[in-house]
Design a protein around this ligand. Sequence first.
Ligand code: SF4
Ligand code: MSK
Length: 649
Amino acid sequence: MAKIKELMKVEDLTTCESTAQMITKARKDGVELLFDRANDMKPCPIGALSACCKHCSMGPCRLNSNAPYDRVGVCGATADTIMARNFGRMVAAGTAAHTDHGMAILELFKGVIDGTVKDFKIKDPLKLYEIAKSLDIETEGRELKDVALDLYRELELTFSQVNGEIPMVKRVPIKTLESWRKEGIVPRGAMREIMEMMHRTAIGVDQDYENLTKQISRTALADGWGGSMVSTDISDILFGTPSPVEVKFDMGVLKEDHVNVIVHGHDPLLLEAMMISAADPSMKKFAKDAGAKGINLVGMCCSGLEVLSRHGVPHAGNFSSTEAVLVTGAVDAMCVDIQCIKQDLFRVAECYDTPFITTNYRAKIEGAPYIPLDEHEPLKCTDEIVIKAITRFKTRKMPIQIPHKVSTGIHGFSYEYITYMLGGSFRGSYTPLNENIINGRIRGVAGVVGCTNPRSKQDFSHVELVKELIRNDVLVLQTGCSQVALAKAGLTVPGAAAMAGPGLAEVCETVGMPPVLGLGSCVDNSRILIAASEMVRTGGLGNSIADLPAAGCAPEWMSEKALAIGQYFVASGVYTVFGHTFPIIQGTKFQKHLFEELEGKDFGKWGFSDDPHEMARMMLAHIDKKREALGINKARERVLVGMDDRRAL
Ligand code: SF4
Ligand code: MSK
């Protein structure tokens, strides 16, 4: 273990009891986890403000908030240029992650259509037809395979289109789209946008923070309405569109008498294939022969979230808990694919004699075993991992300590299910949601999403913020690791309506839904975009996404992907608050542009606070401002205004 001057108290690091227990055990065992590394590695104050540039070898050039505002880099780049370029590159990296993921899922879809991938098939043909129709692909009287091929060809443009608008913008509310056209930010293919972003941020190219911001928005939109949306929709078509399912959360889902296999990452393919391997009778027999009661498949981070919402696979924890779970000694194998895989997982796994296996050629870890997952024969990889896990179970050497905490949540609220839930099979629509917003029972809608980060107390801000929002009648939509924090806190069950304000509680009790709806993994933020578009289309709440009484927040973000998500929400019209840190110098022109001026262009804007109660106050103030502009603030006094009355107004 590296020398740490003073260890922080465990209760200051996390509100997750299981993770706290494992941090304490790891310290006793002499195994360092990310919480203690964060304490030992102070963030660079200049980097935290994004005030350094290393885009050429005349630098690196460092500015900071104490330097005079007119101090410039060797080439003359101002603080605004440097911060905007850095921000642009982070958004490009986040967009690249989501779009590369989306492109891989689309390739898998192609393999299923042409029959080269045999272990999967199209599970939701209805959704395939719906998406095809929304993109103006002819569906009437045509074979599924023909429509699927046309859909594949159309969606490929999401990545490769050199000029013109990507297909999914057909789903954007028209006024929002017009604002993008006016600003020149309707995305082309993601490859083109990322390439141009990298070009424009090189030494001596774009040195105007406002012009750079346009390309930052365009790049991010190629993620939200492009790569991420394709990933979500094609995953639903292939693996099934989620509908509510009861899921167990927390480290107590590990079972001492079972072979425990953890899948962590983002690509649903690994966990879907692993489910087939673990259910194979010969594997079950092998596990029984080894003395186990069965094979316990558990998800973590976003692959866990994506697959739990389709199949109810138990979930052991979010990003900050992935090392801690290994400390239990009960994990017989951890396999990973892409994104948010900490390099030190391999070392921690070795300390607890747990096989740790990488499976994606894009994401190897020095020294760690690699078993490639080939979509043409995925079970070859997953069978081998299950066998390794069973072998480890049989020869377990480490003492086992499993925290007993288990929570239950109801998750899997896809856009499609929300439509059905609100209106039933025959008149499914968002009208009841809009009506309840107009009549004031629901004050507004918030998306609370994103990572956990060892630089802020794990889960704390997510839970405090969401409690405050629902208490104030705000319906909360969730994706990513945030959802795990809320599930562990018991807020994703219908009974949590008791913690909501009277209006939201009434709606939840009538429909039988929780006040906090889990929509999936971090690429599934596209479900929130589609839900927001549907609210606009349904009527009564303005003409663009920017008119909606809605706000977003990522209180404990850490990944560049989160910045890309934040920027595509802002560009789509949503006020988006980030917590814990923001890579910008306060009071600069670039900061004012992102935090104030964008709103004047029918976009959303950024906000920042490191206090969850202040975040809630900011989001509620924004929601009320939008209600005021829509003329529905009086409805908060329980004046019942229906959709027809609103239209007449
Ligand atoms: Fe310095 Fe300009 Fe080179 Fe950046 S691009 S390192 S600011 S000289
Ligand atoms: S896994 S990007 S920590 S949400 Fe999607 Fe969680 Fe953030 Fe990774």
